[in-house]
Design a protein around this ligand. Structure first.
Ligand SMILES: C[S@@+](CC[C@H](N)C(=O)[O-])C[C@H]1O[C@@H](n2cnc3c(N)ncnc32)[C@H](O)[C@@H]1O
Length: 459
């Protein structure tokens, strides 16, 4: 709740964070809004909320989305009306209230009373009794919710709120135990991870500055200039951010650039660059010397790259709007290193972007694979003899990862997989790393789910 001054007087304006959270849920689930965009817009619109209330809204929305299959399973135990038939506002209030009762420390009665109040305030007073009934029973029966038999696909899907088709795919890919751990890891609140801007500040000094601003800072494990931050609600508001002393980037992405291993003075092409995270790390590793072309198909994303580069003090980036599936003769055999950070199904991001699990159905994978192959094919032609090609995705899907690399190497005898073991901490060593590729699993590496392959063009 917040006090904000209005026209010279002090007037109390109360913004209820639980109402804002339910509003966001409704927009995301009913209108198809993206989770992060809906949250950003509503937090901006309700700018008078305290940082604590803003953090509460974010926690309720992300948590409700992360646990949605389980929450809906609970609702179905105690409501005769199916979730599909409920009024959107009623459903949003029920879902966020159950999240608070089951996954946060909110007392049951507080969550329940608040939910009933939110129903009445939107002119739905006749439904107060229904909402009250579902929530009071759900509170009473919290410890005896029936679940499908343990060891089944259905159990993993409901217990960890992941789509059935993803669970089935992962079971075939990783086996039961690994899939269970992966789903569990996806349901933990992820850290914010950043990369030190080595053009502007030393790592130790940045750590001190971040700690001064109240952040809890721990070192990364995979990438040499990474920090994990906790207790930082508003990253964009930090002085260190505004001064361009870091950018937000998961360690998996930082590791992809370590593996690309860009050098000062080289010519490098990042074919799918927006919003620019890996390009920024590449430029910093190049000490801002050389040439870095950053392509992306979308015109509107070019500004994200340019603005980020300005904030970070990077001048070697050349943003270019272009379709990477279209071969460009002028780039042939021109680059020391090429990065193909391909458009993908994004299934490795389910922890950070929980709405991914609700919005995808797997159909796009067969559409994406030919695009990924075409971009890889073109990227390969742009690499000089003796140069390096890195292919990466933020997905955990064999067709988009290992199968693409197998396909590529079979068709391109002038490329070989290059051993990447030296870039990995010992606990992440895998047999495949010697052949040039690695899959990062969130529960093992504390990163997004990610795939990186390093290919060398023979000299
Ligand atoms: C995984 S994201 C890249 C993330 C970026 N490398 C980073 O680290 O910030 C994939 C990007 O590919 C772009 N893209 C999709 N199709 C493309 C195409 N045909 N040509 C070039 N870029 C494309 C998307 O706009 C998206 O920005």
């Amino acid at each position: 709740m917040n006090d904000i001054p209005d026209k010279g007087e002090k007037r109390m304006i109360q913004i209820n964070p639980r109402e804002v959270a339910a509003e966001a849920m409704m927009e995301i689930m009913e209108e198809g809004a993206y989770n992060n965009m809906a949250l950003r817009r509503l937090l901006r619109q309700n700018g008078a909320m305290t940082p604590k209330d803003r953090a509460l809204v974010t926690e309720i929305v992300n948590g409700s989305l992360r646990n949605l299959y389980y929450i809906d399973h609970v609702i179905h135990q105690f409501s005769k009306i199916k979730t599909e038939k409920m009024k959107p506002w009623v459903l949003a209030v029920l879902r966020t209230a159950i999240y608070q009762m089951y996954f946060m420390k909110t007392p049951d009665s507080a969550a329940c009373n608040e939910a009933v109040k939110l129903i009445a305030e939107r002119g739905l007073a006749p439904l107060k009794g229904f909402v009250n009934g579902v929530l009071r029973t759900a509170a009473r029966e919290k410890d005896s919710i029936p679940l499908p038999k343990e060891g089944t696909v259905e159990f993993l899907s409901i217990q960890y709120s992941h789509p059935l088709w993803v669970i089935k795919m992962w079971l075939a890919y990783f086996g039961y135990e690994e899939t269970q751990k992966l789903c569990q890891a996806n349901n933990c609140s992820p850290d914010v991870t950043i990369r030190t801007n080595t053009l502007k500040i030393e790592k130790a000094l940045l750590k001190k500055e971040l700690e001064k601003s109240g952040a809890m800072v721990t070192e990364g494990r995979l990438a040499p200039f990474a920090f994990h931050l906790k207790k930082t609600a508003d990253i964009g508001g930090l002085k260190t951010f505004k001064e361009g002393l870091f950018h937000v980037q998961d360690e998996s992405s930082q590791l992809a650039v370590e593996i690309l291993n860009p050098q000062k003075g080289e010519d490098i092409f990042d074919l799918c660059a927006a919003p620019g995270g890996k390009s920024f790390t590449i430029a910093e590793k190049m000490e801002n010397k050389g040439r870095l072309i950053c392509g992306d198909i979308y015109e509107h994303k070019m500004d994200l790259i340019s603005q980020g580069a300005v904030r970070l003090g990077i001048t070697i980036i050349e943003p270019k709007q272009q379709d990477a599936t279209v071969y460009k003769k002028e780039y042939d055999s021109t680059f020391d290193r090429v990065l193909v950070d391909a458009p993908c199904s994004g299934l490795g991001l389910m922890g950070k972007k929980p709405d991914i699990r609700l919005k995808k159905n797997g159909d796009e994978i067969d559409y994406l694979v030919p695009i990924q192959r075409q971009i890889l094919e073109n990227g390969a032609r742009y690499v000089k003899q003796g140069g390096i090609l890195v292919y990466s995705t933020c997905t955990l899907c064999k067709k988009e990862n290992e199968k693409n690399i197998e396909w590529f190497l079979k068709d391109h005898p002038d490329f070989i997989g290059e051993d990447i073991t030296e870039f990995l901490p010992q606990e992440l060593w895998q047999e495949t790393a010697k052949k040039g590729y690695i899959t990062l699993l969130p529960h093992k590496s504390n990163t997004d789910g990610f795939f990186i392959a390093k290919l060398k063009r023979k000299g």
